[in-house]
Design a protein around this ligand. Structure first.
Ligand code: BGC
Length: 921
């Protein structure tokens, strides 16, 4: 029967399209759904979108039509798509095509394929089959209860004198007497969990289920555990710790005095070959204990492991001591708390870095230098004596005497402990905490042993996204800056975009995320990550439209401009970088309400909303110098206008014409009021202090009339010159330097700022040995040592926003149309650079721009992916000196000349690889 179906399918396959396979162009590849998800299990969205990439070869330039087929079994594809068949759609859209079949249900596993027609109407082979499997989409899919040991008022206190919930071990046995077809574990926790089946950890996820506004939504995980269950006796075990849910998070004591104990909810669904099913779920038949080896595990403070309390085989069937364990207490599901499959990949160990050198402080402390500041854990393999405690301490920097600099951790104890139960080499890493560090100090190991580098490895942890961009140049210091930007990103895209990974904050600060979002999206595949965080932001918006400063909000009910404006800016940046309109439509309501809140905080369009300000602006004076010298009403009014303008752009994309008119008018009214309030006729700021950021906001957000704008740009230049060509900007002004100076034809000045080495500048910290971005321009200097304030992190990504300039202007890669459907390649030569190259993985494929400059020649090599086009902007003196792929004839079927000015040539090219050579430059 199966053969007959396959035969019919292949007849249909050839007959239907009337085309022999050898006429076909190569198949599409890299099939993903929604936010770049590849064959997910436990998918969250029953209305997915489909994306694919066309093959990279000389033949395929673009797509002219496509067909998507979706079926309940791979055997039915492509001929019998029983779920959805798009039919032939004449369109060049190859990203985010909406599924239009019947709603997809919890647990459904669907298979899909795509076929396209190229620019010459040649049909492709069918792609390989991709698939996606839904998680449990509604609360009613869950049959179990939350369970755990309840100690509502824990007697134990942490080292920081906070309530401490000792980690729990929970277990249950079950028997299987049937042939297993498939098994899925659906699981989540209020707190953090790790699950084990028959003694083996399920999956490689850490810190799950992650961090969402727990009172509104908790994410759930789904695992394929078919191969972990055996015929006969089985055991499931779960470790449960406090995490972000029950532990202390935030710097105000009131935030963690009344937290609730952690709980877990799981459902193991087993399907047998005979069609029968069995479900094991959390209820009060489970046993639990707090007498296991992990004695304490807290995000800020670290973990304590006592090997004497190990419970050998506790998650396996051989264990028979659970009679002494407690019976758990169960709690029914709260209808108001939505359980939703996790919509971005969890935190995992992404990399392992080894010790570079072993150092000794003046007082003899043994310190392992990883050579790179990062977020994660130390994995230790250390010789110990029975009963001794290994103390693992962390530092981002070293003090003068070679000891760990601990001040940057503030009240985060950030120390791990291991108590050995016997003599020998231990092999350990904590389970439910993480640290920000470059240096690891060990004490308590066997004294006679000489420390070896392999005693300590650093496990790099972050949410599991791919680094998708790279940048390098002939300037090694600039390359170090790129490294620092990337590591600032890797250390802080940890479940939510955190401000820092080490001290007693590690919170989803909106301002930090919004200023860095464009640079972040150049460097990493963060679409799913940001979209998930924006869902939390929507959930945290108050009824009166306030968007909190930190998401999830553990800080309180207030908005501050520049920070809460992430609600508008990040959806827009995600849309520009990916072309995914859902980034706008999902958030549109929140955005409109946010603009309404702005409006409610203004009189005659001038805002009185509080702002965090131009945070940490150097040389700021005033009452709270951390907030910079640019007046808060100016900042808030500028962001009000910008929010209105962006909302208008979104309304246009989404087809809301009335909204578009409304928000454009609003933007005009605000910008008119702004200009009158803050600028004179000479284009000069009328504020008490003239700041670079004042000009930058006005220029970047386009808030001035044409004439004033030209004059203001001159004043900005004057101000920069007055500072001996140094920046004087904090978190809000810094990201705007590059776009404003580039747009106002001052790229040379931007290069000067970028390559400045004296304080304040990006390369200043590079020269002081930075391996990540720092919170302050002078967090540390070789000359003066550490900045005196305790708020002084060595892993704060905000100033890494300049990464935008590296990709956009130096390598010259810019999305002219959302998602890079049309690309601009326009490198800016300058800064004494001899070469530079940038590469990003766009939704259509790899985009590369690589240039080299010699005394007589400029050469640019470009790769443009299929189904996109590019404008190439070249600096040439005489067109006759330009060669395209070695030919003087610059125009061809793939290259057209768009414009030719005295010093610039603009070409439009189709997909492909090109070499542009300019002689006699
Ligand atoms: C954080 C910053 C944040 C700021 C705003 C600080 O403590 O570390 O990055 O944006 O507070 O208030």
């Amino acid at each position: 029967m199966q053969h007959l179906i396959l035969l019919l399918i292949s007849i249909n396959f050839i007959g239907f399209f009337g085309c022999k396979p050898n006429d076909r162009v190569n198949k599409a590849n890299l099939l993903t759904i929604s936010e770049n998800c590849k064959n997910p299990i436990g998918f969250y969205n029953s209305r997915p979108t489909f994306s694919w990439k066309l093959p990279v070869n000389d033949l395929v330039k673009a797509q002219s039509a496509y067909t998507i087929v979706v079926a309940s079994s791979p055997d039915l594809l492509p001929g019998y798509p029983d779920v959805w068949n798009s039919g032939k759609v004449v369109s060049d859209q190859s990203t985010f095509v909406s599924y239009q079949g019947n709603p997809i249900n919890s647990r459904d596993k669907l298979y899909w394929q795509v076929q396209y027609w190229d620019q010459d109407n040649k049909i492709s082979d069918w792609s390989d089959v991709a698939n996606f499997e839904m998680g449990l989409l509604t609360n009613s899919d869950w049959i179990g209860n939350w369970i755990g040991i309840t100690n509502e008022t824990p007697k134990e206190k942490s080292r920081a004198n906070t309530p401490l919930f000792i980690p729990q071990y929970l277990r249950k046995e079950f028997a299987i007497d049937n042939h297993i077809k498939k098994a899925r574990l659906y699981i989540t926790a209020k707190g953090l969990f790790e699950a084990f089946l028959n003694g083996e950890k399920v999956g490689s996820d850490l810190m799950v289920p992650g961090w969402t506004p727990y009172a509104k939504r908790i994410e759930t995980l789904s695992y394929d555990v078919t191969n972990s269950i055996t015929h006969g006796k089985n055991a499931i075990g779960i470790t449960l710790a406090e995490g972000w849910y029950s532990g202390r998070i935030g710097y105000k004591r009131s935030q963690w005095t009344n937290t609730k104990p952690p709980k877990v909810l799981c459902q193991l669904e087993i399907e047998f070959s005979n069609g029968q099913k069995k479900v094991i779920f959390t209820d009060n038949t489970w046993k639990a204990t707090q007498q296991g080896p992990v004695r304490a595990s807290e995000i800020y403070d670290g973990e304590l492991y006592d090997a004497n309390m190990e419970l050998p085989g506790w998650s396996d069937t051989s264990f028979n001591e659970d009679e002494k364990w407690k019976t758990v207490v169960s709690e029914t599901l709260d209808k108001k708390v939505i359980l939703q499959p996790k919509r971005h990949l969890p935190v995992r160990v992404i990399d392992t870095l080894s010790t570079q050198s072993i150092l000794k402080s003046e007082s003899g402390e043994v310190i392992f230098d990883i050579g790179q500041n990062l977020a994660g854990l130390a994995s230790v393999q250390v010789p110990m004596l029975k009963g001794d405690t290994l103390v693992i301490n962390f530092g981002e920097m070293l003090n003068k005497d070679g000891s760990l600099h601990r001040k940057s951790y503030r009240s985060a104890h950030s120390t791990d402990y291991y108590i050995a139960k016997e003599d020998g080499v231990i092999n350990w890493q904590p389970q439910f905490t993480y640290h920000g560090f470059r240096y690891v100090q060990l004490s308590g190991f066997k004294k006679e042993m000489k420390p070896q580098k392999n005693w300590v490895n650093a496990l790099v942890m972050h949410s599991d996204f791919k680094i998708k961009g790279s940048f390098s140049s002939s300037n090694p210091k600039l390359n170090q800056l790129q490294n620092n930007i990337e590591w600032g990103l890797r250390s802080n895209f940890f479940e939510v975009p955190t401000d820092c990974p080490q001290r007693n904050e590690r919170l989803g600060f909106t301002g930090d995320a919004q200023v860095f979002s464009r640079a972040a999206l150049y460097n990493a595949e963060l679409q799913a990550f940001f979209m998930a965080w924006l869902q939390s932001m929507r959930e945290e918006q108050y009824e009166d439209n306030i968007i909190p400063v930190v998401i999830p909000n553990i800080i309180g009910k207030y908005s501050e401009s520049g920070w809460s404006d992430a609600a508008v800016i990040i959806p827009w940046e995600v849309y520009i970088s990916t072309g995914n309109k859902n980034a706008l439509s999902e958030n549109y309501d929140m955005i409109k309400r946010w603009v309404a809140y702005h409006q409610s905080q203004s009189n005659n369009y001038i805002s009185h909303m509080k702002s965090v300000g131009d945070w940490l602006q150097p040389y700021a004076t005033g009452e709270d110098p951390r907030r910079g010298d640019t007046p808060q009403p100016l900042i808030s009014t500028a962001y009000f206008a910008h929010a209105a303008w962006l909302t208008a752009q979104m309304a246009e994309v989404l087809g809301y014409h009335e909204d578009y008119n409304h928000y454009i008018e609003l933007y005009k009214s605000i910008s008119n009021a702004f200009e009158k309030q803050y600028f004179d006729e000479a284009g000069k700021l009328t504020t008490e202090k003239e700041t670079q950021t004042g000009y930058l906001l006005a220029l970047d957000f386009n808030l001035l009339s044409k004439n004033t704008k030209i004059k203001a740009a001159i004043h900005l230049k004057r101000l920069i010159h007055k500072a001996d060509n140094h920046l004087r900007t904090g978190f809000l002004g810094t990201p705007l330097l590059a776009p404003v100076l580039s747009e106002t034809n001052n790229t040379d000045l931007m290069y000067t700022l970028l390559l400045k080495e004296s304080y304040p500048s990006w390369l200043f910290s590079v020269n002081q040995g930075a391996t990540t971005m720092w919170e302050r321009w002078d967090s540390y200097s070789l000359e003066k040592g550490f900045e005196s304030e305790s708020m002084n992190s060595f892993n704060h990504y905000a100033y890494g926003a300049v990464g935008q300039f590296l990709y956009e202007r130096i390598a010259g890669i810019y999305p002219l149309k959302p998602g890079y459907k049309k690309v601009k390649i326009a490198p800016s030569i300058g800064g004494g650079l001899k070469w530079a190259k940038g590469e990003i993985e766009s939704p259509y494929g790899t985009i590369r721009s690589e240039w080299i400059l010699t005394d007589s020649k400029f050469e640019l090599q470009v790769v443009i992916p299929p189904n996109t086009t590019a404008d190439i902007i070249l600096p040439v003196i005489r067109a006759s000196d330009l060669l395209v792929n070695g030919y003087k004839d610059i125009e061809s079927k793939d290259v057209i000349l768009k414009s030719k000015k005295s010093d610039v040539i603009e070409l439009e090219v189709k997909a492909g690889s090109y070499k542009f050579t300019i002689n006699n430059i």
